[in-house]
Design a protein around this ligand. Structure first.
Ligand code: HEC
Length: 221
């Protein structure tokens, strides 16, 4: 009884092995149901891609609309208003800064980005009096917005600032090509933090002993 079992098992193994290595290694797939998967249609990086669509390949080398870079934030949700229209500029007041309050390190970077990109006009003190405006004596003809010291801009919601920084405002150009969406929101966090009642950077966790907490009420937003 036992030997019959072993013989049967042996036979099955031999038949299976024979079936597996039928005609030596197979280099061609048998039936091809999906030729695109069997034979790749390679797209060479620097090749001429002009006639790809004719060949049935829909590839234009740009990421899908709405693609967000790893670690980045989604692009500003509102489109630029057509000339003479202000619908999205007004609606931008509702757009909330998607970045949480910055820590000290990110705030230092946001300040650096502001000083590099905006300080020349708006001033390192955010007083609208940077070196190229100089109270009207500089070469730049338009008065940059007084981001600190003018209630109009102190009350301007972050989303509306972002709209103007993204698409430009009158003589101020767009900063969308110089700063990523995330960097622009960081700069807005910095501007807001410098305005009265602004949120100061979140301190990194600190475990050293501190004096008792100050319980006086402060103007915070
Ligand atoms: C070349 C000079 C210049 C630079 C650089 C510049 N701005 Fe401006 N900005 C202006 C001027 C001029 C205005 C006033 C525009 C107007 O209302 O006519 C302005 C207006 C603004 C406003 C108010 C927008 C509104 O909707 O009324 C904000 C906010 C602002 N700038 C932020 C920034 C930030 C942030 C940067 C850096 C990323 C920056 N600006 C860089 C010149 C500049």
């Amino acid at each position: 009884m036992r030997s019959t079992k072993i013989v049967t098992l042996g036979l099955v193994t031999v038949v299976l092995a024979a079936a597996a290595c039928n005609n030596g290694p197979r280099r061609e797939p048998g039936k091809i149901y999906m030729p695109d998967m069997a034979y790749s249609r390679a797209v060479e990086t620097y090749a001429d891609h002009s006639n790809l669509t004719e060949a049935g390949i829909y590839y234009d080398a740009t990421p899908v609309a709405g693609t967000v870079k790893r670690g980045g934030v989604a692009s500003f949700p509102l489109a630029k208003d057509a000339a003479g229209d202000t619908a999205n500029y007004v609606a931008s007041k509702q757009v909330v800064n998607p970045l949480p309050a910055l820590n000290e390190k990110d705030m230092a970077e946001a300040k650096r980005l502001y000083n590099v990109n905006c300080g020349i006009c708006h001033g390192e003190k955010l007083d609208g009096n940077g070196p190229i405006y100089k109270g009207g004596d500089g070469p730049y003809p338009a008065k940059p917005a007084t981001l600190v010291g003018d209630a109009k801009y102190e009350n301007m919601p972050a989303g509306q600032m972002m709209y103007s920084v993204t698409y430009g405002k009158n003589l101020m150009g767009s900063y969308a090509s110089q700063l990523s969406t995330k960097q622009r929101w960081m700069v807005i966090h910095y501007v807001k933090s410098m305005q009265p009642g602004g949120v100061k950077p979140v301190a990194a966790a600190d475990t050293t002993a501190k004096p008792a907490a100050d319980t006086t009420v402060k103007a915070t937003k």
